[in-house]
Every structure is written in C-alpha cells, then in structure tokens.
Ligand binder design. Structure first.
Ligand SMILES: [Zn+2]
Length: 92
C-alpha cells in the first residue's frame, strides 16, 4: 500500500469518516485526508478528529496500522469510549 497524500485539510463538503463512518460536516478544520494506492486502486479517506485522537492513543492496535471502514468506531464501542452524539438519543 502506498500513501500518495496524507495531510490535514478543511472539508469543503460532507464526508464520511473512514474510522467511525460518521458524518464530517462541511467546513470542518483539521481533518486528515489520505489518498492511498493499493493493488491498482486508489482510495481517498477522511478521518475525523476523534478517530485521529484514538489512533494516536492506540498505536499498534491494528496490525500493520491497517483497518477498514468503521473499525475504529467498533473498537471504541468495545472499550466503552464511544459516546454517541446523534441527535435524539437519550442519555443513559
Ligand atoms: Zn471518525
């Protein structure tokens, strides 16, 4: 896997975070944009600040640092770190 682009950007439109699959609103600052080439295909991913923080604190959690869409949310849910921010959800 080759990393073509890896930088922090300000989003211009809505994106889905690759780590947690949640919506990243437009005009959000400090979002990591990564472009990867793997077996002849190019992937663009956005990672929200919360996932960035988690990755930093859980270095080595994923073998080779590779993970799939939503994996970070799953890991956070499992460890109890995930706090849903969805509108309408009642606090426990
Ligand atoms: Zn995320």
């Amino acid at each position: 896997m080759d990393v073509l682009i890896d930088k922090l950007v300000k989003t211009r439109k809505f994106h889905r975070c690759f780590g947690c699959n949640e919506t990243i609103p437009e005009k959000t600052d400090g979002i990591r944009f990564t472009k990867l080439a793997n077996e002849g295909r190019v992937y663009s991913t956005y990672t929200c600040a919360r996932c960035e923080e988690w990755i930093k604190n859980n270095h080595g959690y994923f073998e080779d640092g590779e993970y799939y869409r939503g994996d970070i949310k799953e890991a956070m849910v499992e460890s109890g770190e995930w706090k849903s921010v969805e509108v309408g959800e009642e606090a426990q």
